[in-house]
Design a protein around this ligand. Structure first.
Ligand code: NDP
Ligand code: 2IT
Length: 462
């Protein structure tokens, strides 16, 4: 795929290339004011690209990097809906179609009060490189709304999803843009969204959304895929250091889709998950998280982690406020939200003897915390590589939908394991090739960039 680079070159690229990337980022900040999350995500990628652009100047021609930082299309819309008391609410909906050089726009929808254009653009930008790393022919996009599903009735969530899709349907399609879940959007919401799409378009077009129920076009393992994939990625990072995941104590943050199936795979592989959390506090369970109880409370009752602690008995303690990173452990898998692990947390983890940190969430570790972990020699798997299992199985769901096919659980699980191993290996090899051995951040950013940039270059100035 790539050409000239050798491990003897300056791993930071030439000074000229670094300066050009720095001024490109300055310009991006100037043109996109008040978008700190987008600035952060772009900075982290641009910072990695100097070596590849110095070695392959053709990938910087025709403002390729500038084009990559500008979404192909940004859609912002009004979402009016009625609550159970007949009161009207107005939320804002977003879909940022960032890059379709490798396939239809693909990425989740997030429903959370913190959603704004900056958050959607950071997620969409990350998604371009993540999706490229899967090798499954998907472009990058993201969407969502500042709607807060907490405390809403089923009927309210359904009416909101119907109102949201009433506008979104014009912009998506199985060959155009394929949304899925993210924070606040799971199987229930995908069901309501799909129903409204089908009603409006009068088409049985299963490939327009992923994360569907397995009885109506969904893939086996999609629910589990992000958490499972992240644990497989972590296991590969440890294996590369001659270490085993079995017997390790693990910290997991969050208690949603990603966190639950992270705990499940950790336990399957013989590790012990000690913690889960939500926005109000965390639970530490000396015996390891009881998965059946966690699923009952979160997936069935839609309760809080404090309920888990109340029902679990003596082994579990609920700590209001605070963060799971206070608990000493061997490995950490942040699985809640962006910037949830800062430099002070990273120092605490290092003091507690942490060996590896693998990101289930998108951008959960702040740049300062990443530096602390790297300097301490902790293995660090960035989200765009480590949590790619979810979107990878989404792409497998799209394949099944195209062929009106249903694959077995074993088949999808094997394909997920292969994709995660391949992503690990391409990140590892790319980092080595560009003179930053063991650095999964530069490996993931450069390998993802090369795939997208080569396609954009071949497809001309669009
Ligand atoms: P869920 O909505 O299922 O769960 C989110 C969890 O994170 C909840 O426990 C929630 O607690 C907590 N959380 C959310 N926002 C905050 C916040 N601002 N502060 C503290 N806690 C918070 O979402 P997912 O599990 O699907 O997503 C978790 C992360 O994984 C996100 O970063 C997402 O982008 C990423 N991701 C998800 C994929 C997927 O397939 N679903 C794929 C790849 C990445 P509370 O209920 O209190 O808000
Ligand atoms: O961040 C992510 O990769 C996701 N939320 C999953 C996207 C998808 O299309 O499955």
């Amino acid at each position: 795929m790539s050409t000239a680079a050798t491990s003897t070159q300056d791993p930071r690229g030439t000074q000229q290339t670094r300066d050009a990337l720095a001024s490109l980022h300055d310009e991006l900040v100037r043109r996109n004011p008040a978008q700190p999350e987008f600035h952060q995500a772009a900075h982290e990628v641009l910072e990695s690209l100097a070596p590849v652009l110095a070695a392959r100047p053709e990938l910087a021609e025709a403002a390729l990097v500038e084009r990559l930082c500008e979404p192909e299309r940004q859609i912002v819309f009004r979402v009016p809906w009625q609550d159970d008391k007949g009161r009207t609410h107005v939320n804002r909906g977003y879909r940022v179609e960032f890059n379709s050089a490798l396939g239809p726009y693909k990425g989740g929808l997030r429903f959370h009060p913190s959603v704004n254009l900056s958050v959607v653009k950071f997620l969409g930008f990350e998604q371009i490189f993540k999706n490229a790393l899967t090798g499954l022919g998907i472009g990058g996009g993201k969407g969502g709304s500042d709607f807060d599903p907490h405390g809403k009735s089923d009927a309210e969530v359904m009416r909101f999803c119907q109102a949201f899709m009433t506008e979104l349907h014009r912009h998506i399609g199985d060959h155009t843009d394929v949304p899925a879940g993210d924070i606040g959007v799971g199987g229930r919401e995908i069901g309501y969204l799909f129903g409204q799409y089908r009603r409006i378009t009068n088409r049985w077009e299963t490939g327009v959304l992923t994360g569907k129920g397995t009885g109506w076009g969904g893939s086996a393992i999609r629910t589990e895929a992000t958490g499972y994939g992240n644990v497989l990625f972590l296991a590969e990072m440890l294996r590369k250091r001659g270490e085993d995941l079995a017997g390790r104590q693990a910290l997991v943050s969050g208690s949603g889709n990603v966190a639950i199936y992270t705990v499940e795979k950790l336990h399957q592989l013989g590790a012990v998950a000690l913690t889960v959390s939500d926005s109000r506090g965390y639970v530490v369970d000396e015996k390891g998280i009881d998965l059946d109880l966690l699923k009952q409370i979160k997936e069935v009752e839609r309760g809080r982690v404090s309920d888990y602690a109340e029902r679990r008995g003596a082994s579990a303690t609920y700590v209001p406020g605070g963060s799971v990173w206070e608990v000493p452990a061997d490995v950490a898998l942040p699985s809640a939200t962006q910037n949830e692990l800062n430099a002070a947390d990273a120092e605490t983890l290092v003091r507690g003897g942490v060996r590896a940190v693998s990101e289930g969430a998108n951008m959960p570790v702040t740049p300062e915390a990443v530096r602390v972990l790297k300097e301490a020699g902790v293995a660090y798997g960035p989200g765009k590589a480590a949590n790619a299992g979810g979107v990878a199985v989404s792409a497998l769901e799209m394949r099944q939908n195209s062929g009106r096919d249903t694959w077995s659980r074993e088949r999808v699980e094997n394909e997920l394991a292969t994709v995660m191993r391949d992503i690990h290996d391409v990140c590892w090899e790319t980092a080595e090739r560009y003179g930053t051995p063991g650095d999964y951040v530069s490996g993931a950013n450069i390998a993802g960039f090369e795939r997208v940039a080569e396609a954009m270059r071949a497809q001309g100035l669009i």
